[in-house]
Design a protein around this ligand. Sequence first.
Ligand SMILES: Cc1ncc(COP(=O)(O)O)c(C=O)c1O
Length: 489
Amino acid sequence: MSPEEFRQAGYRLVDRLAAFLEALPDLPVTPGATPGEMNRLLPPDTPLPGNGEDPERILDRTVDLLTKHSSFNGHPRFLAYITSSPAPIGVLGEFLAACMNPNVGAWIGSPAATQIEAQTIQWLASLIGYPSGCAGLFVSGGNVANLTCFIAARTAQVGDKLRSAGLAGTTGGRLRCYAAGETHTWIQKAADICGLGTDAIRWIGVDRDQRMRVEELGAQIEQDLQAGDRPFLVVGNAGTVSTGAIDPLQDLATICAEHNLWFHVDGAYGGFAAAVPEIAANMRGLERADSIAIDPHKWLYAPLEAGCALVRDPRNLREAFSYHPPYYTFDPRAINYVDLGLQNSRGFRALKVWLALQHVGREGYVRMIRDDIALARAFFDLATERDDLEPLAHSLSITAFRYVPPDLKTRVGEAPVGSYLNSLNQRLRDRLEAGGDYFLSNAVIDGIYALRLCVVNFRTSLEDMERLPEVVARLGSELDGDLRPSSLA
Ligand SMILES: Cc1ncc(COP(=O)(O)O)c(C=O)c1O
């Protein structure tokens, strides 16, 4: 492609994407396609093209394809999983990053990009009130950010010998980590991959607000110590995936300090809410964490992928990840990200976040995060006012609720009614998803199947919240008419 062809194709692509962004609110949020239909549209066994084709035509066709057959997390009524509306400046940042294509594994491959990543890490730490001077790096998302911190914790707590001798070669009892039952499934992957096994996880119970019970944590640690086990890590949630619950971080930090355990905070979703002054009090204790995972591709509206691991003491990352093979002789005075994490060749994920932080600044983010929280709250209040919706939980920008036919409202405690409501709401969610107007996900709270909405989206408006109760109630009532067993008539 000549520079001129690149210019033409690029202009055309940007024009088409700008038109797409304009049209987005009026497109269906989900395409309503089945896996079978997509298979027929793009058969995996299509032969590889033998000869090349005009790039503008390929790009045009691809924009058409993706516009017709995608679920849009940038859509104002995408309220399902925690993937945000991508900030347009971040989209341009991805384009710029791909064109420069620095390999941010070693300083020499990316002098400016390395410096930008380092600066972005400090900006993110400052945004959430985490101590400056921490180390950190960009990774693919929350799973890997938490895993990175888990590995750092394991090495720091067990000691250097672990890296050569493995778990079998270390003494001191079985490693144990502690997390609320509501913790995201990354912790199972981490315990498994790191050789501890998922049985090493002590799942601690939660209170009625889905926050970890601190007394139960203390008792479990004591019991494990007496049994000769080796507690090493406590995970606190700064916003759980299901209901946005924030564990009592201050108390967890204190327990960790008393027992000399590593305190990790999973702030992949909610960590950035610590920047909002009226939320900061609930997040107190986060600044005492040894490590924290935060995901710019969630509440900083970065296009996928952008997760971030922060570790208070930079030595802990280096001691967990650094090796010095003879074929890499990098300048030891510089940051070489290969020494701080899992990846060697690394893309320039920081750029889209660095640009967005400058575009809107701290105040812009505080305002947008605050708006998202207010929208989820507004929906909770609207649900409270209706006799056919039952609000179940609200924290940060997540609200969980369910449809309850008015004549069953006084009977929700009866087991057959509870089980019917679970299947009714499950069908309701599926029907909503297929319809393409709103996209919600679900949570299970104390055995109750709940519809769940999460707003991490600067495009969602109050009007989107105000219209939703009626949409859910209409669908719910229709389905109830079709599904209600005669025994519950
Ligand atoms: C609290 C929390 N932790 C971790 C994750 C995993 O993040 P990712 O999907 O970016 O790997 C999520 C995802 O929603 C989450 O909400």
